[in-house]
Design a binder for this molecule. Structure first.
Ligand SMILES: [Zn+2]
Ligand SMILES: [Zn+2]
Ligand SMILES: [Zn+2]
Length: 230
């Protein structure tokens, strides 16, 4: 990659010489830091990156420079849903698409020739000529999925089981009811009785709580072993 970066820097200098762009040195410094990065970076993250490299440029100038890099094809600007604007390094001749985790914000890249061909094929059947495309898939990354699988509704926990409260389903109304009862995220819950129907009784610290079946299904817990003694 280093040689590519070197070539890009030379190309950039050539493009800007004679274009009347001022602060060429500063622009090159920003390009240098940007090229060393192979991630999808937000302006804020990039500002920190620059600071770590000993540069103290104004955000406005950095933003302007990033847009300039986009205009000349050294960077690509991406707007993933629910995320700040991100910039990534563009390697000419290499195309990729994205998988975006809606839980942790992780961005994964993938390449599929079959998918690329299929897209052209679909467009062609509509008499459409593709100039560019974006393929973004939103969902849960493997790490987040692993965590998710380990969560279960408190209503399914057996007598004597321990669980850590991780999530409340059912929106703000359910959350409010649970807050009123005194149940919080991170609490360790012990199941005292659970017959499988009607109310179940749990304990948080030394406090016993009777929970209706409906609400117990909305409390997602991470199993945390069994009580030694009931
Ligand atoms: Zn693609
Ligand atoms: Zn994730
Ligand atoms: Zn990417």
């Amino acid at each position: 990659m280093e040689t590519i970066h070197h070539q890009e820097k030379q190309q950039f200098t050539r493009l800007f010489e004679g274009e009347g762009i001022n602060r060429i040195e500063d622009t090159l410094a920003i390009l240098g830091v940007f090229l060393r990065n192979e991630q999808h970076i937000s302006l804020q993250e990039f500002m920190k990156n620059l600071t770590d490299n000993g540069y103290g440029f104004e955000p406005e100038f950095v933003k302007k420079t990033l847009n300039l890099l986009c205009r000349y094809g050294f960077a690509v600007k991406t707007e993933f849903e629910g995320q700040p604007t991100r910039y990534e390094h563009r390697h000419i001749g290499f195309h990729h698409d994205h998988l975006i985790c809606t839980k942790c914000g992780n961005i994964l890249e993938f390449e599929s020739h079959r998918m690329e061909d299929l897209q052209v094929e679909i467009a062609t059947t509509h008499g459409f000529h593709v100039l560019q495309h974006k393929m973004e898939m939103y969902g849960l990354c493997s790490d987040c999925l692993k965590e998710r699988v380990h969560l279960m509704p408190l209503g399914f926990a057996q007598e004597g089981e321990l669980g850590i409260v991780e999530e409340f389903l059912g929106g703000s109304e359910a959350r409010l009811r649970l807050a009123t009862i005194g149940l919080r995220r991170g609490d360790e819950v012990r199941v005292i009785t659970n017959s499988g129907k009607g109310q179940l009784v749990v304990a948080v610290n030394a406090t016993r709580l009777a929970l209706g079946r409906g609400i117990a299904k909305k409390i997602m817990v991470k199993p945390n072993g069994h009580m030694r003694k009931l």
